[in-house]
Design a binder for this molecule. Structure first.
Ligand SMILES: C[S@@+](CC[C@H](N)C(=O)[O-])C[C@H]1O[C@@H](n2cnc3c(N)ncnc32)[C@H](O)[C@@H]1O
Length: 204
């Protein structure tokens, strides 16, 4: 992992993804999280202040060790105990059916082997567990989609592996999940190619 990934990228996402509109969406999706929680792609810990008060402990995985110094500051300030693993979503070391809630915010865009990671999430989720997602991805407007496909190679470099054109709904449904609820919309103040959001809760 190079200098950009480990030093620049963590600061870049910490700055650009800590906006108050994003905070509102984080709070909204996390409001129903309960029980044993696993967060995939913890990044710099930007979700931490938005977990409901009754959540006392979460397990998180994040493959980029460069995120740790920034995440560490948020963990110190939080009342939530964070069990932190430097790991990829494709290789979850947890027992089958061990989590009530799995959380992914703006992470499924970046996982290299997304199907493998979704199979792992499915495996570690309890039968009645819920998968909470807040992601950007492929627009339903063909004109925007054209630009997402064109800009994807640049985004993969700037966004350290992030894809603009993943159909998040299809990927999740193709991996044996059903959506209990799903909203697809453009987030205000973001260019459309990066601002098409999928916010929902899926179950097995
Ligand atoms: C755009 S950032 C979002 C960070 C955080 N989830 C948030 O909402 O602020 C994407 C995150 O996905 C992580 N990521 C990349 N590949 C991954 C993988 N294979 N498994 C899990 N997370 C991964 C990155 O390291 C990064 O922290």
């Amino acid at each position: 992992m190079g200098f950009y990934s480990q030093v620049i990228f963590p600061r870049l996402i910490d700055l650009t993804m800590s906006t108050s509109p994003m905070g509102n969406y984080r709070q909204d999706i996390l409001s129903d999280v309960q029980g044993e929680v696993l967060e995939i792609g913890f990044g710099t810990g930007l979700n931490l202040p938005y977990y409901p008060k009754h959540i006392k402990k979460i397990t998180v995985i994040e493959p980029n060790p460069g995120m740790k110094p920034l995440a560490g500051k948020r963990i110190q300030k939080s009342d939530i105990k964070v069990e932190n693993f430097v790991l990829q979503g494709e290789e979850l070391p947890f027992a089958d059916e061990s989590f009530d809630s799995v959380v992914s915010t703006w992470t499924l865009c970046s996982i290299a082997n997304i199907d493998q990671a979704l199979r792992q999430i499915h495996r570690v989720l309890k039968p009645e567990g819920r998968f909470f997602v807040l992601e950007h991805g492929l627009s339903d407007d063909p004109k925007v989609e054209v630009w997402q496909n064109r800009l994807n190679p640049i985004q993969k470099v700037v966004g350290d592996g992030c894809h603009l054109n993943r159909n998040i709904k299809q990927l999740i449904e193709n991996n044996q999940f059903k959506f209990l609820e799903l909203e697809q919309f453009y987030m205000a103040d973001l260019p459309k190619f990066v601002g098409y959001m999928y916010k929902g809760i899926a179950t097995k």
